[in-house]
Design a protein around this ligand. Structure first.
Ligand SMILES: Cc1ncc(COP(=O)(O)O)c(C=O)c1O
Length: 386
């Protein structure tokens, strides 16, 4: 038989899928994969269902429904004081994942170097490689996940086409500091490169921290591609509605990739997300505050059991060191162990690195009802107390 695509066929099933299947088999509470309990805000869901009956169900515009593109431009202004032309600088995609893929396919030429920061979200590397890019990895290490100037100096060069930045960052819940953002901006400008900014968790920051898009740093307005996701902003991860904000020059190329990947996104979901993005600030504040309570609840529960929980500044996840519990295996073994024995699933943090890395951290997702988190904590407590 002829070979299939070697880049893609070299990847196995993702760790999220593996752990979710194991969780299902063992009736475990799934704190591995990042999806919220519940069914999203009822008013947003209602707009989508009304639109199915009363709106058009035919192909929407390739760039997205105008009301959604306007809403994305408005939110850029409201939260970040960015002046965005909705007609030329905003595109709707089928989730943050497609927005990322279209951006990478649209900007990378074969042999371009692409800087990625570990721990890495799982779709980055295969898409960069499939686009012909050469990945250059920077490694952030627990417990501080600090990005240094030396690390940037070691990878930026004349061949660099772009850097992919995820803030708040999955899995380590880091929010890049203004100093780190300025450092990155300095290198992006010096080497005349671009930045794809995966900001799907932009509204999920805690303890009063404010999200700062790299795009707002001086010199970065026309070099950045800013990606958002309705899945995260409205706790509707199955909807897969994403949006890209970029200068017309960049967006033109990204739209070419989008045109051949998905072309468009279900119109009723777009209409509902346009409605959702126009909600007042209270919605966004409540979203972060409620999630912060869930974070605190899970953190406290895990700490009482004996885990050492790392700082979590944003996103859906906390990272916990399980060594104090006396478990001697690695993180994958630990996650399998708690899924099958304690019936609570998590994912191993080493799965987000290429090659050898720290192997004693598990990532737990806290975007769940408190009753779900309570039950998970009880199960772990009972197991480890025993
Ligand atoms: C860092 C990061 N980027 C992108 C995505 C994908 O977003 P979407 O579900 O909108 O495709 C996720 C989802 O978990 C994520 O964690």
């Amino acid at each position: 038989m002829r070979s299939k695509n070697l880049v893609l066929s070299s990847y196995g099933t993702t760790i999220f899928e593996t752990m979710s299947r194991l969780a299902q088999q063992h009736s475990a509470i799934n704190l591995g994969q990042g999806f919220p309990d519940g069914n999203g805000p009822p008013d947003v869901v209602a707009v989508a269902s009304e639109y199915l009956e009363s709106g058009s169900n035919q192909y929407p515009s390739m760039m997205g429904l105008p009301p959604l593109r306007q809403a994305v431009a408005d939110i850029n202004k409201r939260f970040y004081d960015l002046d965005i032309n909705w007609e030329t600088e905003v595109m709707v995609a089928s989730g943050g994942t497609e927005a990322l893929a279209s951006s990478l396919f649209g900007l990378i030429e074969p042999d371009d170097e692409v800087i990625l920061i570990e721990p890495l979200y799982d779709s980055y590397l295969p898409i960069v490689q499939r686009a012909g890019g050469v990945p250059k990895l920077i490694r952030l290490e627990p417990p501080t996940w600090e990005l240094t100037e030396t690390a940037l100096k070691n990878v930026f060069c004349e061949k660099t086409k772009l850097i992919l930045l995820n803030s708040p960052m999955n899995p380590c819940s880091k929010v890049f500091s203004p100093k780190e953002l300025r450092l990155i901006a300095g290198f992006v400008e010096k080497f005349d490169t671009y930045a794809i900014c995966d900001e799907v968790y932009e509204h999920l920051l805690f303890d009063g921290l404010k999200h700062i898009p790299l795009m707002t740093i001086p010199g970065m307005r026309d070099r950045c591609v800013r990606i958002g996701s309705a899945g995260k902003t409205f706790s509707l991860t199955g909807w897969k509605v994403g949006y890209v904000t970029a200068s017309q020059n960049l967006l033109g190329s990204i739209a070419k990739a989008h045109q051949f990947l998905t072309f468009t996104t279900p119109p009723n979901l777009q209409a509902a997300v346009a409605y959702g993005l126009s909600k007042d600030n209270t919605y966004f504040e409540d979203l972060a505050n409620n999630l912060q309570e869930c974070r605190d609840f899970l953190k406290e529960g895990l700490e009482k059991i004996g885990f050492k929980v790392l700082t979590c500044e944003g996103s859906y996840f906390i990272t916990a060191d399980f060594r104090p519990l006396g478990f001697s295996g690695n993180d994958e073994e630990f996650c399998r162990y708690i899924t099958t024995k304690a019936k609570v699933a998590a994912v191993p943090v080493s799965a987000f690195y290429q090659g050898k890395s720290a192997e004693h951290f598990a990532r737990f997702c806290f975007c769940k009802e408190q009753t779900t988190l309570q039950k998970a904590i009880e199960r772990l407590k009972t197991h480890f107390a025993g």
